[in-house]
Design a protein around this ligand. Structure first.
Ligand SMILES: CC(C)(COP(=O)(O)OP(=O)(O)OC[C@H]1O[C@@H](n2cnc3c(N)ncnc32)[C@H](O)[C@@H]1OP(=O)(O)O)[C@@H](O)C(=O)NCCC(=O)NCCS
Length: 380
């Protein structure tokens, strides 16, 4: 039996009998317990103290600082550090186009939703998520909340809608060498490319955003449809840079991250990446196309994705795959061409049951929604 009233919920468990839990935004002490709960639920490969230290470091980033990252939890009133269920929400700068025009607002992305195994199935995560939805609709003033989830149907019941979540990936071909990749790339003098260092990232993001706004305004949107764009603000991409640094400390003796992407100025096209060592994937977090000439963009992407492959190979077995979310036809075409030359077959699929994109409009308003671009930089 479960009963709930305002900020409290009572559950009846076989082991502990009736337990009352309180909903609230986590205090600084409770945040640490929320980190621990997220760690033991999602990241068992990293020791708890290391995970907590990493989370504390991430909290200092401009994206999360102040109220940029909020944790909510259900805890025992007589032992507030005993967190039973928790989640976190990180702000997102979004561009929305609907019948009211185009506007920039602040939404949230929810992640790390967890209930301790002992207390699952009593409606706690539902209660917690619903309460956070109420906050988002009220004081949070969030027009949209997003989620990337492994348990999509669970959130649909709570007002979220699942959206298409395509991705393409390719394994590094066996025996591929830096030399061979560099030689192949050196053959193309028409579209020179170069690596982008961490210092360039803010400028690239700002250039990207300026062009995205125009694209959002020009998007051929069907009637009664709303368009949502998570803006690739520098703070958002910086979060991934910091994650890569932390992972490098854990898995690669703190090897310096020298390149965050690659750029082809001639084609006004670039890609940004994140060395996700924990999943052994080089994630292409953003593909910024040149908007005028799809063929030029595709040719540039062949070179840029070859650069990505070089980056992955340079991690000497620690990165085995390249992953791209929401690939455009130019990305798919470029990967196809590169695959033919290098001997790999790109794998296109939908993310069913893992990192599935979902969205909740304020007050669970149901809308026909285009979420574009739906690339990795917007996740978590
Ligand atoms: C998912 C989770 C947060 C649910 O917590 P909970 O407090 O037990 O949730 P509730 O009791 O409110 O709801 C349970 C519902 O979740 C559903 N659920 C749990 N795990 C699920 C899964 N892997 N896939 C689909 N649904 C799932 C249950 O079927 C149940 O549905 P019902 O209400 O129709 O019976 C919890 O199982 C958990 O911590 N899992 C591990 C972490 C995780 O996967 N988090 C979600 C990441 S986005």
């Amino acid at each position: 039996m479960t009963t709930s009233q305002d900020h409290r919920i009572t559950i009846n468990t076989p082991d502990d009998g009736l337990i009352e839990l309180v909903f609230g935004e986590a205090s600084p002490e409770q945040r640490v317990e929320c980190f621990k709960q997220a760690g033991r639920t999602f990241v068992r490969s990293v020791p708890e103290d290391q995970w907590v230290a990493a989370e504390k470091q991430l909290e200092q980033l401009p994206l999360l600082r102040g109220k940029g990252c909020r944790h909510w939890c259900l805890y025992k009133p007589d032992a507030p550090k005993e967190i039973v269920s928790s989640l976190r929400a990180i702000r997102r700068e979004v561009l929305i186009r609907d019948e009211r025009g185009v506007r920039q607002e602040t939404g949230y992305d929810i992640a790390m939703v967890a209930t301790d195994a002992k207390y699952r199935g009593h409606g706690l995560a539902s209660f917690l998520t619903r309460k956070v939805g109420e906050w988002a609709d009220g004081p949070g003033a969030a027009p949209v909340t997003t989620l990337y989830t492994a348990v999509g149907p669970f959130y649909v019941k709570l007002g979220w809608e699942l959206l298409p979540a395509p991705q393409v990936s390719c394994e590094l071909p066996p025996g591929v060498s830096l030399d061979a990749l560099q030689r192949k790339r050196g053959g193309n003098q028409l579209l020179p490319t170069r690596l982008a260092g961490p210092d360039e990232m803010p400028d690239l993001c700002n250039r990207d955003i300026a062009q995205l706004r125009t694209r959002v305004e020009a998007y051929d949107l069907a009637p009664n449809t709303s368009l949502v764009t998570t803006l690739p603000i520098p703070e958002q991409l910086e979060w991934y840079q910091e994650m890569a640094k932390l992972q490098s400390l854990t898995w690669c003796n703190g090897r310096e991250i020298k390149a965050v992407g690659a750029i082809c100025e001639e084609a006004d096209t670039w890609i940004l990446w994140y060395q996700d060592l924990s999943h052994k994937e080089l994630k292409i977090v953003r593909v910024k196309p040149g908007y005028g000439n799809p063929d030029l963009t595709k040719q540039a992407l062949v070179q840029l994705l070859s650069r990505a492959m070089e980056e992955a190979v340079s991690w000497e077995g620690l990165l085995a795959k390249i992953m791209i979310w929401d690939p455009s036809s130019e990305v798919l075409g470029a990967l196809e061409m590169l695959g033919k030359e290098m001997g790999f077959t790109p794998k296109s699929e939908m993310r069913d049951g893992v990192n599935q994109t979902s969205i909740r409009w304020a007050k669970a308003d149901k809308r026909q929604t285009i979420f574009w671009p739906n690339e990795y930089y917007a996740c978590n």
